[in-house]
Design a binder for this molecule. Structure first.
Ligand code: WT7
Length: 572
C-alpha cells in the first residue's frame, strides 16, 4: 500500500476539496484595507494598517543578531521607522519606480529598508549578503539601481567595482560612513530626516514592488518583477498553507535575498499581522533548535538542505529541546526527500509540509495542507484558484504517472509581471500556448498529487540556491589558468546538488590541488560564496557541438554513468 501520513487536525483550511470548488480570488479582496478605500500598497497592508488598530503594540519582529542579541519592534514602531525611511529616501531624490538595492545582512534595518522602499513606490532589490562584487555589479547595471542600502563592510567589498556603478547616486550606510566617500550617507540620518507620519503611496496592482535576481540556464541572472497585487496570493497562502494565526510566532529561515525570504519572510505573514523571527547568524543545529524552543516558534518554514543538516546533527540533540509550541512545519526550495519527512514524524513528531513554487511565481502554488494526507516525497496539490498540470511539448496533458513539463494556467495573482528589460526571456515561459512552463519535470498521480522529477533545463540547485551553469562557467574562464569550462549540478546527499566543473587548462598551466583551491576562491569572490565548484575535474577536452557549444548533458551523463543519448551533434 502507498505510504501516506494522515492529517493530525485540520487547520485554517478545513476542507481542500470544498475550497477547490468554492474559492475565488476576489473573495480575498475584503481582507485588505484598500478594499475599504485605503491606498493600494503592500507596505501599507504589511505594517501601517496594523499600527492603526490594536496590533499597534504587538511585536512585529524579533530580530536576533549573529551574537544572539535581540531587537524587538512593534507594528507601531515599524510603521513610524519605515515611514521615516520612505520619506528620507524621497528627500534624497528617490521617486516611484526607482530600483533601490538592499545589500545587508539579516538585520532589522533590512526589514525597515524593504518596507520603506515599497512605501514610497520604489522597487526594492534585495541582494543576498554572500554576493561578490561582480555579481552585485551585474545586477546594479542591469537594473540601473539608483540607491543602495548597505553596511560598511559590504560597501568595502564593493570597492573594486564602485567606479562601474554609474547609476548609483547614494549609498545609505547602516553604521559609520566615515571615510567612505561623498556618495555615502548614514541610514540614521535618512531616518532622522524623514516624516514619521508619511503615508504609503497609492500604487496600481500591476506596479512592481520588488525585483529578485534569479538564475537561468543561459546568460546572467535576470530580474524577476513582482507586482503589488501579489499580496492577494501571499495573504491567502500565508493563511492556508503556512496556516498562520493571530497568536503565532513564525520563523522563516530563508534570507530576504531570495523570494522565500520576502514573500514569506516579510510580506505574507505581515499581511496577517504575524510576529516574525529573523536570525542573522549562520546555520548551526543547536542554535536553530534553541530559537524554536526559546522563542516558542509555532510555525516554521525552512528548506530541505537545512532539514538534512539537522538530521545529520543527530536525534539525541533534538531530545535536549522542547518543541511543544511548534504546530506547523513547511519546506521549500528543492525536493523534500521522503526520508526527511519520515525523520520529521519519528523525531519531531511533526508532519513536514512540502511546498512548490518559484521566484517567478511570486507565491506558493503546489502544496501540502494540514487538512490533507501527505504522501512523503510528493509536493502536494495545487492551491485552490490555480490550475497546474503535467503537459507535453504541445501543451497536452499527459496521463497520470507519466513524466512531462510542470505547467500552470497563467494569471494567478502573484505571477511575475515580467523580466526586467528582457521581454524575450519572459515570453519563453509561455512558449507552449495556454501554459506557463516552469522548467521542472514532474508527474501527477491518480489522486492529483504532484511529484518532482528534475529540472527540464541546466539550472542547478545547491543547498536550495539557484545557479546557472553559464554564470559559473563565465566566472571560471576569467581565471588566468582556465581555458574552457563546463559546469553541471552533481547529485549530493546533503546539498541536493553540488556544482561540479570540468576544466581544460591553458597550455602553460598544470593540474594541481593548489590550483583547484585557487580557482574555487576566485569564483567565490566573483559570484557568491555558495557558487564555487565543490568539485573540479581537469580534462583534456570538453564535449562540444559542431557549433562549439559545450554539451553539459554529455558531461552529466558521463558523471552519472548514464547512457550518453543522441551524440549526432557532437564535434568528434
Ligand atoms: C525551483 C525554483 C520559491 C521558493 C524558493 C525556490 C525547485 C522549489 C521545490 C519543491 C522540488 C523545488 C524547482 C523550482 N523547487 N520548490 N518543493 N520540490 N523542487 O525558488 O530559487 O526560484 O527556484 O526550485 O526546480 O523550479 P527558486
Amino acid at each position: 500500500m502507498e505510504e501516506t501520513i494522515p492529517p493530525k487536525q485540520a487547520g485554517n483550511l478545513q476542507d481542500y476539496e470544498a475550497a477547490l470548488k468554492e474559492f475565488t480570488w476576489s473573495s480575498v479582496d475584503k481582507e485588505f484595507d484598500w478594499s475599504k478605500g485605503g491606498a493600494y500598497n503592500v507596505a501599507r497592508e504589511a505594517i501601517d494598517r496594523h499600527a492603526q488598530n490594536w496590533r499597534k503594540n504587538k511585536i512585529a519582529l524579533y530580530s536576533i543578531t549573529a551574537t544572539n542579541e535581540v531587537r524587538k519592534y512593534t507594528f507601531g514602531e515599524l510603521s513610524e521607522l519605515t515611514g521615516r525611511f520612505a520619506s528620507g529616501l524621497e528627500k534624497l531624490g528617490a521617486v516611484k519606480g526607482d530600483r533601490i538595492f538592499v545589500f545587508l545582512d539579516r538585520t532589522s534595518e533590512l526589514y525597515i529598508a524593504m518596507i520603506g522602499i515599497t512605501k514610497m513606490g520604489g522597487i526594492s532589490g534585495p541582494l543576498f549578503s554572500a554576493l561578490g562584487p561582480e555579481a552585485v555589479k551585474d545586477r546594479a547595471l542591469d537594473s540601473s539601481a539608483r540607491f543602495f542600502i548597505t553596511s560598511p563592510y559590504l560597501y568595502k567589498r564593493l570597492e573594486p567595482v564602485l567606479d562601474d556603478l554609474v547609476d548609483v547616486e547614494k549609498f545609505i550606510i547602516v553604521g559609520d560612513n566615515e571615510g567612505l566617500g561623498e556618495k555615502t550617507v548614514k541610514f540614521e540620518e535618512v531616518i532622522g530626516s524623514g516624516d514619521p507620519n508619511y503615508q504609503a503611496v497609492n500604487m496600481a496592482p500591476t506596479d512592481p514592488y520588488i525585483i529578485h535576481y534569479t538564475s537561468g540556464s543561459t546568460g546572467k541572472p535576470k530580474g524577476v518583477l513582482l507586482g503589488h497585487k501579489s499580496m492577494i496570493q501571499q495573504w491567502y497562502t500565508s493563511r492556508y498553507v503556512l496556516d498562520l494565526r493571530e497568536e503565532d510566532t513564525y520563523w522563516c529561515t530563508a534570507d530576504p535575498g531570495w523570494v522565500t525570504g520576502t514573500s514569506y519572510g516579510i510580506f505574507g505573514p505581515w499581511f496577517l499581522g504575524t510576529t516574525l523571527i529573523s536570525y542573522e547568524g549562520r546555520f548551526d543545529a543547536r542554535t536553530w533548535y534553541s530559537i524554536i524552543q526559546n522563542y516558542g516558534v509555532t510555525v516554521w518554514y525552512t528548506a530541505p538542505t537545512a532539514l538534512r543538516m539537522l538530521m545529520r546533527a543527530g536525534d539525541d540533540l533534538v531530545r535536549e529541546f522542547n518543541f511543544s509550541k511548534l504546530r506547523h512545519v513547511c519546506s521549500v526550495g528543492e525536493p523534500l526527500n521522503a526520508e526527511v519527512v519520515r525523520w520529521g514524524m519519528r523525531v519531531l513528531d511533526r508532519r513536514i509540509h512540502d511546498t512548490w513554487w518559484q521566484t517567478e511565481t511570486g507565491a506558493q502554488l503546489i502544496c501540502n495542507y494540514p487538512c490533507m494526507a501527505i504522501k512523503p516525497g510528493s509536493m502536494g496539490r495545487p492551491i485552490p484558484g490555480v490550475i497546474a498540470a503535467v503537459v507535453d511539448e504541445n501543451g497536452v496533458e499527459v496521463p497520470p504517472k507519466k513524466e512531462g513539463f510542470l505547467a500552470l494556467r497563467p494569471g494567478w495573482p502573484s505571477m511575475m509581471l515580467g523580466i526586467w528589460r528582457n521581454t524575450s526571456r519572459f515570453k519563453e515561459y509561455f512558449r507552449v500556448p495556454g501554459w506557463y512552463i516552469a522548467g521542472d519535470q514532474a508527474y501527477k498521480d491518480e489522486d492529483g498529487y504532484f511529484w518532482f522529477l528534475g529540472r527540464a533545463d541546466d539550472v542547478i540547485k545547491t543547498s536550495g540556491e539557484r545557479l546557472g551553469p553559464f554564470e559559473v562557467e563565465s566566472a571560471l574562464i576569467e581565471h588566468p589558468a582556465v581555458a574552457e569550462a563546463g559546469v553541471i549540478g552533481k547529485p549530493d546527499e546533503l546539498r541536493g546538488e553540488i556544482v561540479k566543473a570540468f576544466i581544460t587548462l591553458r597550455p602553460e598551466h598544470k593540474p594541481s590541488e593548489q590550483l583547484k583551491e585557487d580557482i574555487s576562491k576566485f569564483v567565490k569572490t566573483r559570484l557568491a560564496y555558495y557558487a564555487y565548484p565543490r568539485e573540479i575535474e581537469f580534462v583534456d577536452s570538453l564535449p562540444k557541438t559542431r557549433s562549439g557549444k559545450i554539451m553539459r548533458r554529455v558531461l552529466k551523463a558521463k558523471e552519472l554513468g548514464q547512457p550518453l543519448g543522441d551524440l549526432s551533434t557532437l564535434e568528434d
